[in-house]
Write a protein of this length. Structure first.
Length: 103
């Protein structure tokens, strides 16, 4: 399962409104890099694919391809202020070896 914080949900809704993609599910993907770290991607997607996993969190519909599911299971998507005035979407992922080494 993938969950979204209320702050991230508000940001996602705002992005969907600005981009005219309201009502489309959020596709979340991850790919393992050669160094073992994970690269993440988000986007609104209106093309269902065979085997997609479907979730809902904070009123946001989420889809994940089977190839990304094991890498993302248990992930929390948040929207935080990393520096004054600089907000970013972050992935808190128990499956990411880089995050595990920072604990």
């Amino acid at each position: 399962m993938i969950s979204i914080t209320p702050e991230a949900a508000a940001h996602i809704r705002e992005s969907a409104e600005k981009g005219g993609t309201q009502g489309l599910p959020l596709r979340v993907a991850a790919m393992r890099q050669p160094d073992g770290s994970l690269h993440y991607a988000l986007g609104f997607d209106d093309v269902p694919r065979e085997g997609d996993q479907h979730f809902s969190s904070e009123g946001i519909d989420i889809v994940v391809a089977p190839t990304s599911f094991d890498l993302l299971n248990g992930t929390v998507i948040d929207y935080v202020e990393l520096e004054p005035g600089k907000f970013e979407v972050i992935f808190i992922n128990p499956n990411d070896p880089v995050q595990q080494s920072q604990e």
